[in-house]
Design a protein around this ligand. Structure first.
Ligand code: AMP
Length: 493
């Protein structure tokens, strides 16, 4: 393979037998009375957390769950979710995190694909819904009921044991479950902790969703690993962000560009400067937003890059220039290769996933000689700063959440009055990209209302995937083979 450039982060040394849960349990055993998480006025210290996760794991074991079984976890951020998450990992279960805004059709796909034995949910309605999809599924509320029974062995997982299946579409097609092991999750959290000098004295303000690798694999896992603490929030609410910063002595905040856009528009923005580190990722942070945050808030946001499959791989430096528009250098333990012709970013390192769940062909296709093909394209400056400047893969990132256009096309196209549809991302100051649908109407029908299309789509798609706007066209731009040329859609606006 012709390569333009390989750049490597510093070495990341992890003892051979070390696992994610093993590292946590070692860390949590120290200073049990120290505060670990707070959420909605409830505070939990390290010792109580460890104890509650042991009890929850026992309860899960007494329900018949065995190491290696998949468990769906679907809930808004909460202490119960965090306890369940850690309990599952300590028992050696494999977590399948679920976005709570998923519709029945989206859930049915995840269940069919990942074949879980149990589901932990925080919404009463989901009990019935999940059992109507799979009547054998053991469904429990997030706060797992306490029962007496034998104490199972905990924390026995081996480094290469699967721990998480995180759904993403990779570069194409239907969602695929990226398998992370105890080891890859440990490497992912550890490399970030080293690079950002994350220590036990840090308190993270964590409002990113815990069903995504950014909030869970970095925010939650990192906090537990370094022995720090976190203020959990159900989701992003800028008033709560400002009040918690002021009241709770936070030192770090991780967000997506849409959150920073909302924060910068607020007169309290300078409060962010009291934090030692503000990080942005999951979507490009526009250079002018980076500058505004500096000018109005006195905050030098650190932008980083990663994917579900690889965890975080490239980050601006903690010390040194945080360059606007760039994502910086490879993290410790990560090697980056930029392919000469396509300029695609390829990644190798311990934090890279082990493959897609039950999809050997897709797994093989996503690697090139052991390097994961990200589907993103980049260039590297003379002083080795990496800038992500496009995507080969068909992906829309709106408000930091990923939308795969084909999935939306199929839903909209099935509307009885619509003959053809294709969606694409259109630049938006607030969302980064906005989902817009270009549609061709069935013969004899001249118009359709966006509200009608949104209502129809909401039966099948989570709300963030539903187009915000419609453009009615006579035909979709296609190549000679009939494939829709998404980049040309925007010319027809
Ligand atoms: P996910 O798997 O949901 O984490 O999404 C990964 C995708 O988000 C990457 O492949 C990129 O396309 C995009 N992404 C993440 N961070 C950045 C960033 N800082 N700049 C540009 N794109 C990003």
């Amino acid at each position: 393979m012709a390569t333009q450039l390989v750049i490597s982060g510093h070495k990341l040394r992890i003892p051979d037998e070390e696992t994610l849960v093993g590292s946590w349990v070692k860390s949590l055993g120290i200073e049990p009375e120290r505060k670990l998480f707070s959420f909605n006025g409830r505070v939990i210290d390290r010792g109580s957390f460890l104890d509650l996760t042991s009890k929850t794991a026992s309860n899960l074991a007494s329900s018949g769950l065995l190491p290696g079984d998949r468990v769906l976890i679907a809930g808004e951020n909460s202490l119960d979710l965090v306890i369940s998450h850690v309990a599952c990992l300590r028992l050696g279960l494999v977590i399948v995190p679920v976005n709570v805004s998923y519709t029945e059709a989206e859930l049915a796909f995840l269940i069919e694909d990942s074949k879980p034995r149990a589901a932990l949910v925080d919404q009463e309605e989901w009990h019935e819904l999940l059992n109507s999809i799979d009547s054998d599924l053991f469904v429990s509320s997030m706060a797992v009921e306490t029962r007496s029974g034998p104490n199972p062995d905990l924390d026995l997982a081996k480094p290469e044991d699967p721990a998480l299946i995180a759904y993403t579409s990779g570069t194409t097609g239907k969602p695929k479950g990226a398998i992370h092991t105890q080891r890859s999750l440990l490497a992912g959290a550890l490399s970030v902790a080293r690079a950002w000098e994350w220590t036990e004295s840090d308190r993270l303000l964590l409002c990113l969703p815990l069903f995504h690798i950014h909030g869970m694999g970095i925010g939650l896992h990192g906090t537990l690993l370094v022995g720090g603490s976190a203020v959990l929030q159900k989701g992003f609410d800028k008033d709560l962000v400002f009040s918690e910063i002021a009241e709770n002595n936070c030192s770090m905040f991780f967000g997506v560009p849409t959150m920073y856009q909302r924060l910068v528009e607020d007169e309290r923005i300078s409060q962010l400067a009291s934090l030692r580190l503000c990080v942005s990722g999951s979507a490009p942070l526009p250079a002018d937003l980076h500058q505004q945050l500096k000018d109005k808030g006195g905050v030098d946001v650190l932008e980083r890059y990663g994917t579900t499959e690889t965890m975080l791989t490239i980050s601006n430096p903690y010390l040194g220039e945080r360059r606007a528009g760039s994502v910086g250098f490879p993290l410790p333990g990560v090697e980056i290769q930029i392919e000469e012709e396509s300029r695609e970013v390829l990644v190798r390192g311990e934090s890279v996933f082990k493959g897609y769940w039950s999809k050997q062909k897709e797994t093989n296709d996503s690697f090139n000689s052991g390097w994961f093909k990200t589907g993103d394209i980049a260039e590297v400056s003379d002083d080795n700063y990496v800038t992500i400047n496009g995507r080969i893969k068909e992906l829309i990132i709106t408000g930091g959440l990923n939308v795969y256009p084909q999935e939306v096309d199929e839903v909209i196209q099935a509307h009885p009055e619509i003959a053809e549809a294709a969606v694409s991302g259109v630049e938006s100051q607030e969302w980064g990209e906005e989902v817009v649908a270009w549609i061709v109407m069935e013969k004899g029908i001249n118009s359709i209302n966006i509200d009608e299309v949104r209502k129809y789509a909401s039966q099948y798609l989570a709300s963030y995937k539903i187009p915000k706007r419609l453009v009615i066209v006579k035909e979709l731009p296609r190549n000679a083979l009939g494939k829709v040329l998404r980049h040309k859609l925007r010319e027809k606006e």
